[in-house]
Design a protein around this ligand. Structure first.
Ligand code: G16
Length: 564
């Protein structure tokens, strides 16, 4: 567990250097496992609770980002177990490392997209967000640190690599020896030379949302008495944001927001907004007298799930529908310059982009890869199959933003979620899509499966699996069109002659063993066949995946652990 003592006690031995009287420089030794993954450093709480583990990483961040000296830093998190203590450690280290001003969300809360907004709006040099996203919380759960830069987005690979390199040679960290800073009331205080300002975590974000969406139309919908919605905050960070925006500002009746009070263990369930983990919401939305609209967000508020009455919208479809309906939303009307999706995300978005005559970029998994495209003004909307959608309003994916966007378009279209999506399929075709996750694998076994698959790739083209012939098999490598940086090895992809596609990759966010993700996608242009059950529509493709990669034989797994 993350204890006060383990986080604060200087290690034995004389300080390497003593500067100003209240700054202590504590001797430390490197950990070898502090390489950030898809989204920051994510580990079990027990790993972070090792003496000096958190401090080493945070010092590596400050050392790798010397430009932060004298500047403003945004701090907050999803309220999970360990955040409170870690925030105090980071504040004292920030003061000792020359940060000029720290903006901290009240009670340490800031959703990831809100942190991104605050960084941008208040000209901060960056931010540190304490979250392990949708992963479980509590003493036996996970903990994480994300590092964002001045554009409000996740640090790109060259920065995370520099942090990792620094963490491998670190010898000392610096901290102020001072009492804890109270974070439960708005206002300013000082920590050494650093100003600490406790800010309202919701205000900047809510003001931005009001500028993007037609709040009057949404208010009219939510107060009409003819439309009911449920929003599941999963006892995570979006509770306060949803209470303020949906209930107070937009007039949705009290009780619209479920599980709205943040808890350190998220009520004991993973704050993961998908069909498997948002069970109560799903039961209500698929039960008798279901509401018209259901949504959920994850631990730190950047992911979203969208549901209609007895209807699930895949994240890939959601992204395509948002793009296709941009003309209905004030903040996006007439201003889609381009769009982007991560490689494993379905190609539904590409079809919308083609019709709009705008470019559609394909990036590796990880929100950080959208940063350059957004900064360069090449894209307006972007998203991923992993329940993430966002736009140029921030540099993070944004769960509540997606919910408000959907409400705006439902208010304008005066149609149900299901009708909107089915009409979209009729117009563009349907991309049947599903993801099979094999979790908790032995990392060596998982790597072996991937190695073998990579060896097979050059020989797959032309081979037939069931009724499908492989058209192309390669490994995705991304060249960033803005800065020319190359990110190779982003996952094998196998395309069939009928347009179906398989993608396989290992997750970069898990904390227990390895997770293999198998993404299955099949295009169906014929409206008469678009009503098929997804599992049936992709059954042949799943068999091809098995024949090609051999999950049963190589992983000893008869079926995936989670299907989303
Ligand atoms: C992070 C990244 C996303 C990525 C997701 C899953 O989200 O920001 O871009 O799609 O992880 O990554 P993987 O497939 O490697 O597990 P989050 O919400 O977990 O921070």
């Amino acid at each position: 567990m993350i204890h006060n003592e383990t986080l604060h006690t200087p290690q034995p031995g004389p300080p390497a250097e003593t500067g100003r009287t209240n700054i202590v420089t504590v001797v430390t030794q490197p950990f070898t496992d502090q390489r950030p993954g898809t989204s920051g450093l994510r580990k079990k709480v027990a790993v972070f609770a090792q003496p000096r583990y958190l401090e080493n990483f945070v010092q590596s961040v400050f050392d790798a980002l010397p430009g932060w000296r004298g500047a403003t830093l945004v701090l907050g998190g999803d309220g999970r177990y360990g955040n409170e203590l870690a925030l105090q450690v980071i504040l004292k280290m920030a003061a000792a490392n020359g940060i000029g001003r720290a903006l901290v969300g009240r009670a340490g809360l800031l959703s990831t997209p809100a942190a991104s907004c605050v960084i941008r709006r208040r000209d901060a040099a960056g931010g540190i967000i304490l979250s392990a996203s949708h992963n479980p919380g509590g003493p036996d759960g996970d903990f994480g640190i994300k590092v964002n830069l001045a554009n409000g987005g996740p640090a790109p690979e060259k920065v995370t690599q520099a942090i990792y390199e620094t963490s491998r040679t670190i010898r000392a960290y610096r901290a102020l020896d001072a009492p804890d800073v109270p974070l439960d009331r708005l206002g300013q205080s000082r920590l050494g030379d650093m100003v600490v300002e406790v800010i309202d975590p919701v205000a900047d974000y809510a003001a931005l949302m009001e500028r993007l969406f037609d709040f009057e139309a949404i208010r009219a919908l939510l107060t009409s008495g003819r439309f009911r919605m449920r929003f599941d905050a999963m006892h995570a960070v979006t509770g306060p944001y949803a209470h303020e925006l949906l209930e107070r500002c937009l007039g949705a009746p009290a009780g619209t927001v479920l599980r709205g009070e943040p808890r350190t263990d998220f009520g004991g369930e993973p704050p993961d907004p998908n069909l498997a983990h948002a069970q109560a919401l799903v039961a209500e939305m698929f039960g008798p007298d279901a509401p018209d609209f259901g949504a959920a967000c994850d631990g730190d508020g950047d992911r979203n799930m969208i549901l209609g009455r007895r209807f699930f919208v895949t994240p890939s479809d959601s992204l395509a529908v948002l793009a296709a309906n941009a003309a209905l939303v004030p903040g996006y009307r007439g201003r889609l310059v381009g769009v982007a999706r991560s490689m494993p995300t379905s190609r539904a978005l590409d079809r919308v982009a083609a019709r709009l005559g705008i470019p559609c970029y394909e990036t590796p998994t990880g929100w950080k890869y959208f940063g350059n495209l957004l900064d360069a003004g090449r894209i307006t909307l972007c998203g991923e199959e992993s329940f993430g959608t966002g736009s140029d309003h921030a540099r993070e994916k944004d769960g509540l933003w997606a919910v408000l966007y959907w409400l705006n378009l439902l208010a304008a279209r005066r149609a149900s979620v299901e009708d909107v999506v089915r009409a979209h399929w009729r117009s563009y075709g349907r991309d049947f899509y599903t993801r099979h996750d094999y979790e908790g694998l032995n990392p060596v076994t998982a790597e072996c499966l991937m190695k073998r698959l990579r060896r097979r790739l050059p020989h797959l083209s032309g081979q037939v699996f069931g009724a499908q012939r492989v058209r192309l098999a390669d490994e995705f490598s991304y060249t960033d069109p803005v800065d020319g940086s190359v990110s190779p090895g982003q996952g094998p992809r196998i395309e069939f002659e009928d347009g179906a596609r398989l993608v396989l990759r290992l997750s970069g966010t898990g904390t227990r063993g390895a997770t293999l993700r198998v993404y299955l996608e099949r295009f169906e242009p014929d409206p008469a066949r678009q009503g098929e059950d997804v599992s049936i529509a992709v059954a042949a493709l799943a068999q091809a995946a098995e024949a090609i990669a051999g999950m049963r034989a190589r992983l000893g797994r008869k079926r995936p652990s989670v299907v989303t």
